[in-house]
Structures are given as structure tokens and as C-alpha cells.
Design a protein. Sequence first.
Lengths: 294, 397
Amino acid sequence: MSGGARQGRAAGPPCARAQEPADFLARLERLHETLARRLSQGDGNRSADGRGRGSDFAGFRPYRSGEDVRQLDFALLARLGKPFVRILRPDARESWLILLDGSASMAVGPPGKWQSAVELGLAAAHLLLRRGAAVEVRYSAGALVSRRLGRPSDWAGLRAQLWQTEAAGAEVLSSLLSGVRLNGRHVLAIGDLFRESLDPWLQAARQAAQVTLVRILSEVERDPPQGAVAWHASESEGAPRLTEGQGARQVYLERLAAEERQWREGCARVGADLLLHSAGQPFEQVLQAGRGGF
Amino acid sequence: MFGWDRPWALWGLLLLLPAWFWLSRSPRPQALYTGAWHFWPEADARTGAVPRRRWWPRRLAEWSALALGLLALAGPRRAFEAQARTVVVWVDRSASMYLPYGDGRTRLQAGREQLERFLPDTVLVRYADAGDAAAAPSSEWPAQWDEAPAPNRPEPDWSVLNQNGAVWLTDSVPATLPGRAAWLATGGAAVPGPVSGEAGGVRVWLGGERFEVREEGQPCLRTAGTWPRAWRDLIDAWAADRGLVACEGEETPALELLGTAAGSQRSVLARSGYELPIEWHVGAMPPAGALGSWSEAQGRVVLAWGPGWIWTCVTDIGAWQGSAGSFAEDLLRVADGAWRVPREWVSFDERGAREPGRSPLPARFAAPLETPPVRYDRALCIAAALVLLLGIGIRRG
């Protein structure tokens, strides 16, 4: 809190620009290896190079303890008396759409929400490209930016661009969905989901192969301090709202919890994932926790 | 009287005020940005401050508990001034107390002076007439007590006055020493003089074993109005036996028989042991201040008596039924209670020399009545704890 707490009138959200951690690439490599190892030891739907589930038959391999029995080839089991798992080859390249909320509210921190969003977006794009998926990254930081990445080498340009981008936009995250075809695509949307309507995401979840929403909140948004605070709105000018004591904080937490409950229930209805993430939390945790294809 | 066991603790109360201001001042808030602005409660449009919920009751409870605790630490107490114990002096006002004591004083006056030396200054003195145990004690010595004895007053019945905190003031050492009450006997030299009346004169004690009967100084009896003949004869016999003679001129009677004009009303006077047909005068009323009365069958008063007089509206009587002796005893008892015995007549026994004496006043009567102080620290501690619990309840609520 100390870095984000400033006396008197604040000049603006303090974490508008993200900065690449010194060990970012090393952490990405470690994560890639971890996920690859897990995939190679895991279910039969994905090959060791990370390719996803498809419908083309590629062969058999022996069943390993702990695997989903639904993957067993029962005809082979009956004929040979030994369990085998069918190996399928992907039908086509996975297509991913990564949306990053670059609005001014993402500049709240430290640790900055924009920092976490950029780390997470870059890491997801990196992993997806490495396993052969096509990735489109869209974000709005003042103006809409859309980058289509087909090869792992395309990632470097995205990386350079995002570390230079400031979270200063005004558009909500769902505005990035406009004009985009979602059929069969995987969607990873990263933002704080404030001022966001649930409906566009429910609609997207019905069209897309999978939608994963990652909500990132700063520490002061997740657990506001109990002392006297002058709250400044990150996206508008105006007199700060002064709070002190437990009363207002309790109301805040109740309203936040109610809103997150709505998001969870909505996502559950359409089979979308909602991951709650705190700024400063390592991106590895999200990418290993999600079931969005990583 | 209010006081404190540890008054230095009150300085803590003085520190409470600046501490209150210091802690109650609005702290300079830290400025923070948030994207969740809309989740915070609405703020006051003028100050921008979100109202704090139930701020002042909790704060008030906490500070009140602190103040009460400091007050308890100071040890408030209420002390009571030592109260003087009350001593009731039962005064013998029989005729012997008015005999000369010397230096122009009576035994009563001398006894009053001795009483002042006998009783410590720390006691509160009340005076009561020993001849009337039901009388309420007076804080002042009644002035009329110095003038004359109560009429026809016999020696007091001390046995009913044997009480804690009582002092008997009399002229002779009590025949039976009291277990609870203290006593003061003035004593006094023998005082020869009239002792009683008898047929033919006044019996006077001359000292030693010498007596004489004198005609002078005899009390007198006056009759006004009509009395039944039989009643009058009875009273005359009673008067002669006590040395009373008929009044002459304006002489003050020792007993005055008051009657009415002849009556025509007939009735029956029924008393214990006899019934008496009477003829009485309707409409006559007895004088005020009656000590007692008789009523006929219809409840109307036909005989009454007071100090120095007997009144009746009965003018004639018939043949009674029952005991004649009962009637005589009844009427003479009225005469004994009504006539004023001359003040100078003091019984031979009381005129004799008396030994002075006194009992010790119980020591505790010399010490004032101490009342332990009332301390409030425990009550304040309990109050502080309750108020603190209230504050905690408000905080959780």
C-alpha cells in the first residue's frame, strides 16, 4: 500500500505503464516446460507438443493409472484384454482471442492491475503460439489495437508494444468483442470487469469454443484499508469520496461480493470460466489453474 | 460530605479532554485510486464524506467507560458527620420535686443543673414528663415545669421507663435500680410542712415525729346549681374526710360542683354494678376540658369532670338497682380525680431527707454515633464495565 498511498490530491492512477520483470522470459520458459511436461503425462487428448484435442485418429498408447476411463478404447480392451487410450490429432489450428482491458481503471495499484494483465496476456500468447495456435490480441488504450500472431516469432513485436502501452483508455473490455467472429475460437479476456455488463460475455460464450474471464483487482480494491481514505475515481475527475471506519468499508465489500456472485452465476450458466486474480499474483498461477486450454 | 480516596486520579479526567480532541480530530486521509468507485456508499454532497455508521454512540460509550474508570480510581466516597446520640430525660414532676432544695431552688431546678454536668455535650437531650410515659419528648425544657407540679400527680411508674438511652431525673435513689436506663437523684434535706388533709384541718409535719392539725390553709368546696341530694351528701362526706371546707367569698375552690336548673327528662344511668333512674335537665352542656364523663342510656352526657370541677345535669335520682357501694366508689373516684390537691401538700414520705446519687451513663452514649462512609468506586467500576460492553456491542453491531 505504501507505494500507492499518496497524501493529498492524487495526480492520476500510479501504475498506468507496465514494466517487464527482469526474469520474465525465464519464467515463461519454465512455465512452458511445466505445462508441456504435464501434458505429456496427462490425458490423451493433447500431444506432448501441446496440440489440443482433435478428431483424427493417430494411434494407441497404454492406459495410465489415473486417466479418464472415458478415453479408453473399449473394443481394443475387449479384444486384447489390456487398456489402451486412443490418440487423436487436432483437426486444425486452435484460434485464440486474447482481450486486454487497457482502460484507466487498470492503472490502479501498485501492484498494478495493468502490469498483471500485460504479463498474463503476453504469457498466454507466448504459450499458445509455442503450441501452434493462432492468436489475436486486442486491447484498447486510447485507441483499439489488434494484432494477429501466427508464429512464435510474432510474439516479440507484441511484447515490445505492450510494455510501451499505458492503461489510459475509457472503453470497457466487452467493446473489444465488436466486429470479431467468435465461432470456434477460444477467448481469454483479462480486466477488472468494472462498469462491465455481463450480457456481451454470455453471448460470446455461446458462440465461442471457450470463454475465460480473468478479473484482476488491486490490493486496495480487494481489501480496502480501514483508516481514513480519500478515494479518487481512476477514470473520472471529481471530488474524492472520503471514507473512515468499518461502516462504508462493509458496504463496499458487500456490494463487491454481490457483483462477483452475479458474474460467477452468469458464467456458470453458459460454461464460461471466471478466474479471480489479484494484481501482483504471479501469472503462472492463473495459467496453471485455468482450464481454458493451457 | 463528599471526598476522594485518591484525588490525584482526577487529573486523568483533565487529560481526557485534550485526548478526546486529539483522537477525535479528522485524520488526514491517504489518497488512493480505485476502479471500484461505484461500490463505495454515496457521500455527502457538501463534504464528500461517506457518513460513518453509528460513530458517536460507540465513541461516547468508550470514553464514558474511561471516565467512569478514572472516577472509580479516584475513589469517591461520601462521609457522614458523626451524629450525636439522643438521650431522653424522664423528669419526675411529682410534688416532692418542687420542695425547696436550697438557695431558692427547688429539687427540680437543682436536678436540672446537675443534669447538665451529668450529660456530655455530645448527646442530644430530649425531655419528657415521667408521669406520662406516652408523652412525646421535647427538645426544650418546658418552662411551665419550673412553676408547679402536675396536679394530683403521683410518683412516676419508673418500671415502664427502663429503656436504653433513658435518664431518670428524680429526687431519690430508685427503689429498684434500672437495668437499662441511667438515673440521677438530686437528694435533698427534709422539708417539714403540710402533708395531707383530714377531718378538721390540715395535717402538718413539724419535723421528727411531730405533727399537728391546723385549720388554716384548708382547701374549699363550692357548689353551684342543683345536685341530687344523695350525690351531694356523698361528696360532702368525701370532702370532710380530706379537710375541705365550704368556700367563702372569692376563694379559689379545690373542687367546684357545677349543677343545672331542675330537669324534667327521665332516663337510666347504667354503670358497672348498678343502674340508677335519673331525672335530668335537657340542653345543658359540660364545661370544656373535661377529663371524663358519664352518659345515660341514650348516650347523652349527664356527668363530666375536669381539673377542679365536677359537672352534672342530673337533678334527681330514683331508687337504684344493684350495689350502692359500687355507685359510691364510682362517684368518689371521680372526685379524687377532679379536685386540685393543694400544691403545698406533699406526703410525709416525700418530705423526708433524700440521699443524692447517680448511675454512670453508658460509655457509648458519650461517643458520637459514627456512620461509615459510603464508597462509590465499586459501583463506578461496574458501570464502566457495562458501558464498555455496550460500546463493544455497538462496534460489533
